[in-house]
Design a protein around this ligand. Structure first.
Ligand code: 13P
Length: 250
């Protein structure tokens, strides 16, 4: 069955001390059995955060990116075996900031998804349209293409291992959240796409998270939508004060 997930994406924020403190305070929360928490920490802090949360079944640690090659001359990059060797088993791939600022293509993301699955890791696959596309009502076709280009080559056994995060770019860091209806419409569309391509059971079992200005004030309503299984949270995941109530919003 699909899980409720509160995932934080810390992006390029915090320092060792503040990251550790935040991880410890989240680790100490009473987290409901029906919720999984994911902490998307910067690479340099991953090993620490894994260590701090290792006895907590409700808290998992994700990397924010990885390279698709197993090893080699890629200065500054981080491989999947490196992440596996420090106990990380989930990786965010295809975040719009990676796509837009670092020019990652659908093909790059496809290769990362493949490499992660090959290493028994969970890809947290991000998708979502820019404002211009939304204004022209082209969001469904746009995200469908992202699925076709990066994940729809996967077999039935593989696709089920993904977590999907729909993050409309116009809602990221802007304070402009998608309305619960907009989120639900897109999530239902994506679930239907997966059902058409694979089958109903697979579609029903995949967690689809919403991301883009999720806050304590809007999390409950967003997460209560039928096809919204949680959130991928940026700014509001950086403090216990904000992320705590989001974890409790299911
Ligand atoms: P914000 O929650 O800051 O809008 O960021 C969303 C996001 O990009 C999470 O990956």
């Amino acid at each position: 069955m699909r899980r409720n997930i509160a995932a934080g994406n810390w992006k390029m924020n915090l320092t060792l001390k503040s990251a550790n403190e935040l991880a410890v305070s989240i680790n100490n929360l009473e987290i409901n059995d029906n919720v999984d928490v994911i902490l998307g920490a910067p690479s340099v802090f991953l090993a620490n955060i894994v260590e701090l949360t290792k006895d907590n079944k409700r808290v998992n640690v994700a990397a924010q990116n990885c390279h698709q090659a197993e090893k080699g001359a890629f200065t500054g990059e981080i491989s999947i075996p490196m992440l596996a060797s420090i106990g990380v088993n989930q990786v965010i791939v295809g975040h719009s900031e990676r796509r837009e600022i670092f020019n990652e293509s659908d093909q790059d993301i496809k290769e990362k998804v493949d490499a992660l699955l090959l290493n028994n890791m969970t890809p947290i696959f991000c998708c979502g349209e820019p404002l211009m596309i939304r204004e022209a009502s082209g969001q469904n076709d746009y995200v469908k293409k992202q699925f076709e280009n990066s994940i729809f080559h996967l077999g039935e056994n593989e696709i089920q291992k993904l977590i999907i995060a729909y993050e409309p770019i116009w809602a990221i860091g802007t304070g402009k959240t998608a309305s619960p209806e907009q989120a639900q419409d897109m999530h239902a569309f994506l679930r239907q796409l997966i059902s058409d391509k694979y089958n109903h059971d697979i579609a029903e079992n995949i967690s689809i998270l919403y991301g883009g200005s999720v806050k304590p004030a809007n999390a409950k309503e967003l997460f209560s939508q039928d096809d919204v299984d949680g959130g991928l949270v940026g700014g509001a995941s950086l403090s216990l004060e904000n992320f705590g109530p989001i974890i409790e919003a299911f």
